[in-house]
Design a protein around this ligand. Structure first.
Ligand code: ATP
Ligand code: MG
Length: 217
């Protein structure tokens, strides 16, 4: 039997994907928040889920270890999208990618021609491309989490990070100074798999598309 493996991260992406899976008639056999299993079966014998770190989802799909996956645009942009087909914006896990600084920091002055700022982020590629497109010189510092701390202790002048409500920024005396782009999660498919398993993948794509259309109404 040909099987399909869907890669996704637990937390908000898993939670917000559940209703889309339900529309496609797919029900996971376990809750990844409770179970420690990394491979989770579904009510469909030909479909399973693998639970991966959000940043790793494109990698699993790129190499065909998962046939398809669900990943944020932030993660996809940073990965580069090699080997991935990105047929559908699922419109879930919405937030925005922003530049933030300490309240009162003179960002406008810092980014004038000839200015130089230090930016801490886990989105090194995306930040590099963004500031280069504005003709700005920045020194980038790679972090893996808690970016909000960096400006507070003098590690960086600014951060590039995801913001949804702004609550974490406010709690840490930071403010958003620029939006880089709105973010949501997309369905991604291994390019070779799409051709080889079209018969199984296409109905899934259609079901997800219907679920997204339904959610928008
Ligand atoms: P961790 O937070 O455990 O370090 P992570 O940051 O890799 O892990 P999540 O925080 O679950 O993973 O984020 C996964 C994806 O969800 C992100 O890539 C992004 O697309 C989206 N996301 C992140 N933060 C938010 C948010 N505050 N609101 C909505 N979507 C978000
Ligand atoms: Mg996170």
């Amino acid at each position: 039997m040909t099987c399909i493996t869907l890669a996704l991260s637990k937390g908000r992406i898993f939670e917000e994907t559940l209703p889309l899976l339900a529309v496609a008639g797919i029900v996971p056999a376990d809750d990844p928040e409770r179970s420690r299993k990394l491979i989770i079966g579904t009510n469909r014998p030909d479909m399973r889920l693998v639970i991966v770190r959000a940043t790793d989802t494109p990698t699993y799909v790129q190499y065909g270890a998962a046939d398809l996956g669900i990943a944020g645009k932030d993660v996809l942009l940073e990965h580069g999208g090699v080997g991935l087909y990105q047929p559908l914006d699922l419109d879930i896990a919405r937030c925005r990618l922003c530049v933030a600084t300490r309240k009162g920091f003179d960002y406008a002055a810092a980014v004038r021609p000839g200015g130089r700022i230090r930016v801490a982020t886990k989105y090194i590629n995306t930040a590099k491309a963004y500031f280069a497109s504005k003709g700005m010189h920045v020194d980038l510092i790679k972090l893996y989490g808690s970016m909000e701390l960096a400006p507070l202790v003098g590690l960086a002048d600014a951060i590039v990070d995801l913001v949804s409500t702004g609550g974490t920024l406010r709690a840490n005396n930071l403010e958003e100074v620029e939006e880089i782009m709105p973010i949501s999660s997309k369905l991604i498919v291994n390019q070779a798999v799409l051709k080889l398993k079209r018969g199984l993948i296409q109905p899934l794509l259609d079901a997800f598309q219907n679920a997204v259309n339904g959610a928008k109404k």
